[in-house]
Design a protein around this ligand. Structure first.
Ligand code: UD2
Ligand code: MN
Length: 472
């Protein structure tokens, strides 16, 4: 269906391609550059701007060799260099300032564009300059470098509790809006961050990027909130595909603990864009509050100048599927009294069929993977996952939270007097069971017996003092 679409190329805006990199390999960098040149229809490319973010001299191919190589290419290719390591945000700003296309298209430095990837992106922008558009991101294996297309329905972007970018199933409301046409651009609450096109003037009008961001992380959510709240929109365009090497671990050196950089970037996002909803994020992830976030006054002023809408408006209108607990009974840990162990989403039992089985880990008190919300529907929720029991066996697993008060196997009755948690459907009680080694690892449901210590649980309150955020 995509290949049948016809675009009037002469009427489309030209784009600059901006690729920032730090220590990228020669092969992956050139794969990105060459695929852009060979897979873009002529007339759509203004130039390619490579921004070297102070790669180390041991990556000698990124020095003169790169400049000499790109001079042989049949297109204007500019190599910009940051004077010292700036991080991807400031490197992208430098690239954008050096560019001259009507549109900016950002790519990571380890991508492969596919035939006809630009037309459907530029077409959307030519119809509405406030649209920020993303291709579907296919996978390039980091083991074999083979190209693996996304199969089936195209997901859109959301965010998790941490908060972190996540893919979510495209909701029915959105498929209805596009009349189930699989080629139609899908509105997306957030973008992954690396691959997108935006009109150049609009990019600067919206405040380009927050130059207070360091190295890596969270700029994707910051830009996403900003685009929507300030009158633009984000779309994922199913007829445009670009592959990306998803790496299993971060290859960079940082000038500080990477966790601190990410927290600072994340807090700048929350403090500027999420109004009082930031308190929900801080309750769900208390570790965020340990690090400062620097001066944000310019970004707050930008938000005022642009007259941007509230985060409440964004959640209600753009992302009603978000998992933030706007109403809840308890936020805290699910602590087993006998063992001093807590339900932990990162702990995955070795007996688990799949990896969904609920396991315990010593309580660490720093929130994160041990934070659960006893929500308004009596479900025990972590982000999009809820503790779910079965009628046919004793296993407790994580499953997608039912978003209603209907009594299901994901409904639990917590009795703070007896410290028991009974499943409202199976009427069995949450129990901590021993693994073969004898240490308590798993959560299951067994017949209720409140003299049994392993069935005693405390839903500890982390001190979040608002029971309802709805007034914000
Ligand atoms: C994703 C995005 C990435 C960025 C990131 C959050 C995709 C496919 N990728 O993670 O673009 O939004 O989330 O920050 O959506 N780089 C520098 N200087 C640095 C660090 C990185 O230039 O100090 C370059 C790096 O070489 C790469 C780009 O920035 O070209 C993105 O970094 P990444 O590939 O490590 O990010 P990724 O794909 O894990
Ligand atoms: Mn990448």
């Amino acid at each position: 269906m995509c290949s049948k679409k016809v675009y009037e190329i002469v009427s489309l805006p030209k784009t600059s391609i901006i690729i920032v990199f730090h220590n990228e390999a020669w092969s992956t960098l050139l794969r990105t550059v060459h695929s852009v040149i060979s897979q873009s229809s002529s007339g759509l490319l203004e130039e390619i701007i490579l921004v070297d973010d102070a790669s180390e001299s041991s990556k000698y191919w990124l020095g003169h060799q790169l400049e000499e190589y790109v001079a042989t290419l049949p297109l204007r290719v500019i190599v910009e260099r940051t004077r010292s390591r700036k991080g991807l945000v400031r490197a992208r700003i430098q690239g954008a300032l050096a560019s001259r296309g009507d549109v900016l298209t950002f790519l990571d430095s380890h991508c492969e564009s596919t035939k006809g990837w630009l037309e459907p992106l530029l077409d959307r922008i030519s119809k509405d300059r406030t649209k920020v558009v993303c291709p579907v991101i296919d996978t390039i294996s980091d083991k074999t470098f083979e190209y693996i297309p996304v199969r089936g329905n195209v997901p859109i972007g959301g965010f998790s509790w941490y908060p972190d970018f996540t893919w979510i199933d495209t909701p029915k409301r959105e498929m209805d809006r596009v009349n189930n046409d699989p080629t139609e651009a899908l509105r997306s609450p957030t973008m992954a961050g690396g691959l997108f096109s935006i009109e150049r003037k609009y990019f600067f009008q919206l405040g380009s990027y927050d130059s207070g961001f360091k190295t890596w992380g969270a700029e994707n959510l910051e830009l996403s909130f900003r685009i929507w709240q300030c009158g633009g929109s984000i779309e994922i365009v199913p007829c445009s595909h670009v592959g990306h090497v998803f790496r299993s671990k971060s290859p960079y050196s940082y000038d500080e603990d990477p966790g601190i950089t990410l927290v600072r970037n994340t807090r700048r996002t929350l403090e500027v864009w999420t109004d009082s909803f930031k308190n929900i994020f801080y309750s769900l992830n208390p570790q965020l509050q340990v690090t400062g976030y620097g001066d944000i006054s310019n970004r707050v002023k930008l938000r005022e100048t642009l007259g941007c809408k509230s985060f409440r408006w964004y959640l209600e209108t753009v992302y009603p599927e978000h998992t933030l607990p706007l109403e809840f009974k308890i936020i805290g840990m699910v602590r087993n009294e006998m063992s001093a162990m807590c339900v932990d989403v990162f702990a995955r039992g070795e007996k688990a069929k799949g990896d969904a089985k609920v396991s315990l880990f010593p309580c660490h008190g720093i929130g994160m993977s041990q934070i659960f919300v006893y929500n308004a529907f009596n479900q025990i929720q972590h982000d999009n996952m809820c503790l779910d029991a079965h009628f046919y066996d004793e296993e407790v697993a994580y499953s997608d939270c039912p978003r209603s008060a209907e009594i299901t196997t994901a409904s639990w009755e917590y009795d703070p007097i007896t410290s028991t948690i009974m499943n409202a459907a199976t009427r069995k009680c949450l129990d901590a069971v021993k693994s073969q080694e004898g240490d308590i690892r798993f959560v299951s449901t067994t017949n209720c017996n409140n003299t049994q210590e392993s069935q005693r649980w405390i839903l500890t309150d982390s001190g979040a003092d608002e029971r309802m955020w709805a007034d914000y």
